[in-house]
Unconditional design. Structure first.
Length: 193
């Protein structure tokens, strides 16, 4: 029998943008299209954490690094939200699958309420409940697009900075995916090639 070794695009593709798109972003867009919006947002928040990890010098991540990565690469004003609002939204979603982090409960940060068109947010005015007055609506696709733009900016930086690219590749090699074998081996039967 002959052995055929096939390179894996997650590991072997030299283009970080392609690896990020296939390894992180694709599933987010599938969940969005299918209407699995909570899962879409949770995966998006996790992807930002992962991008912060991929950019880290010591192979670690934290809430601060989540914010630092966004501050460096993302323009969240395209989604009409702030960095602190998104970070608190991330904490609430990932830890409790709610909209209220501790900071939102204290009233120090606005609650983010995601929506997807054709749904439209309710108007918020002085007659709204207190819960609504401390809230802000954002369209999910606007955030997905802002993060997509941030990935573009990040990948542009990687093209220009060989030290950052080496760091990315080192951290990517630790990146775990169930469907990513390092090498795929196919045994060919010599009688039936």
């Amino acid at each position: 029998m002959d052995v055929e070794i096939t390179k894996d695009p997650y590991v072997d593709d030299p283009d970080p943008k392609k690896r990020i798109t296939v390894g992180l972003i694709h599933a987010i867009t599938v969940l969005y299209r299918e209407g699995s919006l909570v899962s879409c947002l949770k995966l998006l928040m996790s992807a930002i954490d992962t991008l912060a990890y991929l950019d880290s010098k010591d192979g670690r991540t934290s809430g601060k690094r989540f914010c630092d990565w966004l501050d460096k690469y993302a323009n969240l004003s395209k989604a009409g939200i702030t960095l602190e609002e998104l970070y608190q939204h991330r904490c609430a979603l990932l830890h409790t699958t709610t909209l209220d982090s501790d900071a939102v409960k204290k009233g120090t940060v606005c609650r983010l309420i995601p929506y997807k068109k054709p749904a439209f947010p309710l108007p918020i005015d002085k007659t709204s409940s207190e819960w609504m007055r401390n809230s802000k609506f954002f369209e999910i696709i606007d955030l997905v697009m802002a993060i997509g733009d941030a990935v573009e900016k990040y990948c542009d930086m990687l093209e220009k900075d060989p030290v950052a690219l080496t760091r990315f590749n080192k951290n990517w090699n630790n990146f775990f995916m169930f469907d990513r074998p390092a090498v795929r081996v196919t045994l060919k039967d010599q009688k039936n090639p």
